[in-house]
Design a protein around this ligand. Structure first.
Ligand SMILES: Nc1ncnc2c1ncn2[C@@H]1O[C@H](COP(=O)(O)OP(=O)(O)OP(=O)(O)O)[C@@H](O)[C@H]1O
Length: 264
């Protein structure tokens, strides 16, 4: 699996929100897409998923123009988890997870044993087996997010794009979900997650792409992306740092003024 996005430009509300973004994604790496609010992360993820066309630039999936692959073929290859989408349908959790199998079904096809097995695996991996009979609208925000992640995993696509998959989760489920995404990457899925928690991003991701003002400010291993200068320029913050084994960690600590002085 390989995705090459070249020269991606996008506008929204009459304003340029992505400018000439070029990046490639390959199976086997857990990539964190980070950057401040409004930097363009969701816009970029939706373009990579084929859900919105770029104003300029191309997305190629395994060398083929993704725009020509067709919605259904793309949906089998790329699973997309939207950012905190409200779910109003009176659906049980397992039926919602089963929607992740739709791209694999023929026009008249029913649920197969393979569909059931994939949903079972996805519910188990997201710790939602005990919620399977619950109506999704009655779940807590974190429970709902895990069921939505189960739907995304159930597709068993080559590329998984997740927009803020851990934002609503408690610390234990954050750690488990980050480990599950990393393990999915290790076993050959391409994984990109939009993340605001830089501590988790530094610990679990193999590579971080830092978007700022619609452009790629840095792209590389966490050590090289989360430099003091990049944190200051992109987020206007300073952080405390450390290491555990071979992994860096950092703790956002100080908001900086525009002159780079501690603001609060
Ligand atoms: N439909 C729209 N109309 C007007 N502006 C839009 C629209 N969609 C996105 N934008 C703007 O485009 C910019 C990028 O939005 P996007 O959602 O991609 O940012 P983001 O990096 O995902 O932010 P966040 O971290 O807050 O989720 C923002 O300034 C946003 O206000």
């Amino acid at each position: 699996m390989r995705i090459d996005a070249t020269g991606i430009t996008a506008s929204a509300g009459g304003r340029r929100v992505l400018s000439d973004v070029t990046l490639n994604l390959q199976a086997g790496a857990f990539v964190g897409l980070i950057g401040p609010n409004g930097a363009g992360k969701t816009t970029l993820l939706r373009i990579l998923a084929g859900l919105a066309p770029p104003a300029a630039g191309t997305v190629a999936f395994d060398g083929a123009d993704a725009a020509r692959l067709g919605r259904r073929a793309l949906a089998r290859r790329i699973a997309y988890l939207a950012q905190d989408g409200p779910v109003h349908w009176p659906l049980r959790a397992e039926a919602l997870a089963m929607l992740g199998r739709l791209p694999h079904r023929g026009m008249l096809g029913g649920v197969t044993a393979a569909d059931r097995a994939a949903v079972e695996r996805a519910l188990a991996r997201t710790d939602t087996l005990h919620l399977r009979r619950r109506i999704v609208g009655t779940l807590s925000g974190g429970e709902r997010m895990r069921v939505l992640l189960a739907r995304t995993l159930a597709t068993e696509a080559a590329l998984l794009l997740a927009d803020e998959p851990v934002a609503a989760l408690d610390p234990r489920h954050q750690l488990e979900t980050m480990a599950l995404l990393r393990d999915a990457a290790r076993s050959g899925t391409g994984v990109v997650a939009v993340l605001h928690d830089l501590t988790l991003a530094a610990r679990f991701c193999d590579r971080l792409i830092l978007l700022s003002d619609g452009a790629v400010l840095a792209d590389g291993p966490p050590d090289q992306t989360l430099t003091d200068a990049n944190l200051r320029d992109a987020y206007g913050i300073a952080a405390h740092r450390g290491r555990v084994g071979d992994r860096p960690f950092l703790l956002p600590w100080t908001a900086l003024s525009t002159q780079g002085e501690p603001a609060r």
